[in-house]
Design a protein around this ligand. Structure first.
Ligand SMILES: Nc1ccn([C@@H]2O[C@H](COP(=O)(O)OP(=O)(O)OP(=O)(O)O)[C@@H](O)[C@H]2O)c(=O)n1
Ligand SMILES: C[C@](O)(CO)[C@H](O)COP(=O)(O)O
Length: 375
């Protein structure tokens, strides 16, 4: 039999959040989707369904190793586009898999393929093992019999002609291809699923995915550097604290140079670029923004990737204002924003001995380091 696999990855990953759709977010140094496609490397014919805006990215990532197909506005529309593309190409069986399930194992894939030798359709699943309740307004309102209930996974496998006809006849809105197949009267065999074959759906699923891939301790060091120039004014904001001064710092946001350096240190440790990548200065919504927003985003991104922040160290470089009297308050402000113990946060300062632009009091510079730890 000639088998093709369709990997659907045209969704926008709204529940997972992040700067880009979940299938393009990085997992152990490469996009989620690259892991998923690699799991099917032994298969002759791989079709990857992408959002029309992502096609160039798909070409850059996969070159000619897979066939790319533009997706539709729903999962079933994306599957249908790929089935139509494959029609007439001699494919007799097809596996349909979520791009957001990067941990599918050879055992799960082989289980479906084996079942397809005798069944028109087969899909992996796991029996529901927790008790099931109904609930409303935070209260349990009843219990539900769980016997005979299964948690559906992918890849779901089908006779090609049967699933193409089933999709053509379906009105749309199906959760998966088993639902489409059953609506057309196909019987579907259940094969063995795997707990590891989970679908990345919510932000916390990235930490689980990293844990599943890694297993080893990962310690990262990042550093950040930032400069803001003075302009007329009466205060500066440094590490979240308003300090009276004879000038203010110029910037698109509140120009908190210390917090910017620290935020960049965290992004750096994650290999996630810098503040400008996540909060473009060309975007008017960040004009005058409190830099707390940037730091909070970097901290949450680290958490999402399974890291905790071990310690941070910020050095402000200026002749004036004097930082010493405010350093503890600054460390406390950072501790609050980052949800860390104050003892893991250092804020200190130095002058540049009246040398250079900081010595001439034209602006303030800051450097910061951060350690990130994943156990
Ligand atoms: N129009 C769509 C919608 C979904 N998918 C794909 O179907 C799989 C399972 O869908 P889901 O987890 O719901 O992904 P998203 O639709 O991206 O997520 P969300 O619902 O959170 O936006 C994903 O690999 C997704 O990319 C697709 O190819 N085309
Ligand atoms: C196809 C699927 O992953 C099987 O479990 C699931 O139906 C997708 O559902 P979602 O509502 O789009 O997350």
């Amino acid at each position: 039999m000639t088998v093709a696999v369709i990997i659907v990855a045209a969704g926008r990953g709204t529940r997972a959040g992040g700067a880009q759709p979940k299938q393009w977010q990085m997992l152990a140094g490469k996009p989620v989707l690259a892991h998923t496609v690699a799991a099917f490397a032994s298969m002759e014919r791989i079709v990857v369904v992408l959002h029309p805006e992502d096609m160039a990215r798909g070409v850059a990532l996969f070159g000619g190793t897979v066939t790319l197909c533009a997706g539709g506005g729903s999962r079933d529309a994306s599957v249908r586009n790929a089935l139509e593309m494959l029609e007439g190409s001699g494919v007799s069986k097809v596996l349909i898999h979520d791009g957001a399930r990067p941990f599918v194992s050879p055992e799960v894939i082989d289980g479906v393929l084996k079942a397809l030798e005798t069944a028109p359709a087969a899909a992996p699943a796991l029996p529901v093992s927790d008790a099931l309740w109904t609930g409303a307004e935070g209260q349990v309102t009843g219990t539900q019999d769980r016997s005979g209930l299964w948690r559906a996974q992918t890849p779901q496998g089908f006779d090609f002609d049967a699933i193409l006809s089933a999709h053509r006849a379906h009105p749309g809105g199906a959760a998966d291809d088993v639902e489409v197949a059953r609506a057309a009267g196909l019987s579907v065999a259940i094969t063995r699923g795997s707990e590891d074959n989970f679908k990345i759906t919510y932000p916390e699923d990235f930490a689980r995915a990293e844990r599943q891939l890694g297993g080893k301790m990962d310690i990262r060091l990042g550093h950040g550097y930032d400069v803001h120039a003075f302009e007329p004014g009466d205060h500066v904001i440094l590490c979240g604290v308003k300090v009276p001064h004879s000038a203010t710092l110029r910037g698109h946001s509140d120009a908190d140079v210390g917090m910017h350096a620290l935020t960049d240190a965290i992004y750096g440790a994650l290999a996630e670029g810098d503040i400008g990548r996540h909060f473009p200065p060309s975007d008017p919504q960040w004009k005058g923004a409190a830099s707390e927003i940037f730091l909070d985003h970097a901290v949450k991104l680290a958490e999402t990737r399974g890291f905790r922040i071990g310690n941070v160290d910020v050095t402000l470089i200026c002749e004036r204002p004097k930082i010493g009297p405010h350093a503890l308050e600054m460390a406390s402000a950072l501790a609050r924003i980052m949800g860390m113990e104050p003892g893991r946060i250092s804020v200190k300062a130095t002058t540049s001995e009246r040398l250079g632009f900081t010595g001439r009091e034209e602006g303030i510079a800051a450097i910061a380091t951060a350690t990130l730890i994943k156990e």
